[in-house]
Ligand binder design. Structure first.
Ligand SMILES: Cc1ncc(COP(=O)(O)O)c(C=O)c1O
Length: 450
């Protein structure tokens, strides 16, 4: 790597087999790779990076990050000193003062991470079992309380059996990679979560247009007889857009073409369906899909993941899903809290009514103000802006008003759809929502977003 002061560019050698190629980056006044000119894609997604030595790859990424951090608008990794609360105490990355911020950045939709009924159970039971499980599930890490959680998940999801993982990421990657081989194919909604897509590293993958049954049908027609097994993979509720999967049509088409269907219920459990059971309950399709995965980290308010399916399939995954077999069982505190949270959700004592009151309130006001919120239908609201600088600016100005939202720039979503992502939880009062929406409207007008 080298830096040429006459051209003000950073220069890296690439080691292509045919020829020695180069990568150049403009620098900022701080002497680092100019954060305003490049996106994460340049340092993680560009195919040319394959030819760069580790030293160059690390240098590029770190230089770009250093430049970003000189800018007050770098608002990732803001640290909370009191957890995920409606009013979270956040250390300001620039001034280091503690700000009391309204937390519109959390997936803790029912605020169950803080629920005293749950914390009481955790405090009583966790010390009895201890701080760790001490083993993987197939060896010494099986426990009666984990089994109870698995049974509760299976019951809620209308499936014969379930197993839990230490994360939703592990559940998704482990289920898909444990089931599909190199003659099988997964067909993903193009907005499906990364943890699902990562499951296909050792098999084949195709994509269909977001929530578009006609596009799915086209893909399935094109690949007829090309693969032994086909799995259609969707999210019940999409994590960046907050829209609900068009499951009835997708299910019909997939099954017509002999494909199985997997639904990731991460953002649906505890949010949709009359009693919070998720997408299947929402559409009255209980028992109709082949595989359900999910996380215990969103509305359930803890950490961990699961897959629920027929007993035959779960028994198979126990011995093929490597993130299950080779990973220690989850922390008992999170098992106990998840179990209690699912019980509260099932009994309709977890505050779903209040969550929906808040969702309707926020949605009406954002639409009335003229924001583009795509097809948002749940607790996730994308304020679609399509301009990375405005996304950063809006996030920063809201930060100064003590409102915590997250920027979603390119390449996390397509350039035209870059956005501020805002999530609503049950615990907000109308006054808190009004204050936030007034600020959002004012800033939106000032930046010509609305
Ligand atoms: C749709 C979806 N699936 C899976 C996951 C992964 O879950 P976890 O955070 O429990 O690993 C996430 C987010 O974290 C998600 O948004």
């Amino acid at each position: 790597m080298s830096f040429n002061p006459t051209t003000s560019r950073k220069h890296y050698h690439l080691f292509d087999e045919e020829q020695i190629d180069h990568m150049y980056f403009d620098i900022s006044p701080a002497g680092e790779i100019d954060a305003n000119k490049y996106s994460l894609y340049n340092f993680t997604g560009d195919p040319k990076l394959e030819y760069a030595e580790w030293d160059s790859r690390l240098d590029m990424m770190n230089s770009w990050f250093s430049d970003m951090k000189t800018n007050e608008r770098f608002l990732y990794e803001r640290e909370s000193i009191n957890g995920s609360k409606v009013v979270s105490k956040i250390i300001d990355p620039v001034t280091k003062e503690v700000r009391e911020m309204l937390n519109f950045a959390s997936n803790d939709y029912l605020n169950l991470t803080q629920d005293p009924r749950i914390l009481e159970k955790v405090t009583a039971i966790a010390p009895y079992y201890g701080a760790g499980a001490g083993g993987v599930p197939l060896l010494s890490g099986s426990m009666n309380i984990i089994k109870q959680l698995q049974e509760k998940i299976a019951e809620m999801k209308g499936m014969e059996q379930a197993i839990v993982y230490s994360s939703g990421y592990g559940a998704n990657i482990g289920t898909i990679s444990g089931l599909l081989g190199h003659r099988d194919v997964a067909i993903y909604d193009m907005f499906a979560h990364a943890s699902l897509i990562d499951g296909s590293k050792g098999s084949n993958k195709k994509f269909f247009s977001h929530n578009d049954p006609a596009s799915l049908e086209k893909v399935l027609k094109n690949i007829q007889n090309k693969y032994i097994n086909k799995l259609v993979v969707v999210d019940g509720v999409y994590s960046m857009d907050g829209d609900i999967c068009n499951l009835p049509e997708i299910l019909d088409i997939a099954h017509y073409y002999g494909a199985w269907v997997l639904v990731d219920e991460a953002h649906a459990t505890g949010v949709i369906g009359k009693t919070g059971k998720g997408t299947l309950e929402h559409f009255g399709l209980e028992g109709k899909v082949d595989i359900i995965t999910g996380t215990l980290s969103k509305a359930v308010g803890s950490v961990g993941g699961y897959v629920a399916a027929s007993s035959r399939l779960i028994n198979y995954l126990k011995y093929t899903s490597r993130s299950y077999m080779f990973s220690t069982s989850p922390f008992i505190g999170s098992v106990v809290s998840s179990l209690e949270a699912l019980n509260l959700i099932s009994k309709q004592e977890a505050g779903m009514d209040k969550l929906w009151e808040n969702i309707h309130y926020v949605k009406n006001r954002l639409l009335k103000a003229g924001f583009n919120i795509g097809n948002a239908e749940t607790a996730i609201f994308p304020l679609i802006i399509g301009d990375d600088n405005k996304v950063k600016e809006m996030t920063y100005r809201l930060h100064l008003k003590n409102i915590f939202v997250n920027p979603v720039p390119y390449p996390a979503v397509p350039r035209k759809l870059t956005r501020v992502r805002m999530t609503v939880t049950a615990g907000f009062s109308t006054e808190q929502l009004d204050y936030t929406l007034n600020q959002i409207e004012e800033i939106g007008k000032d930046l010509n977003i609305i």
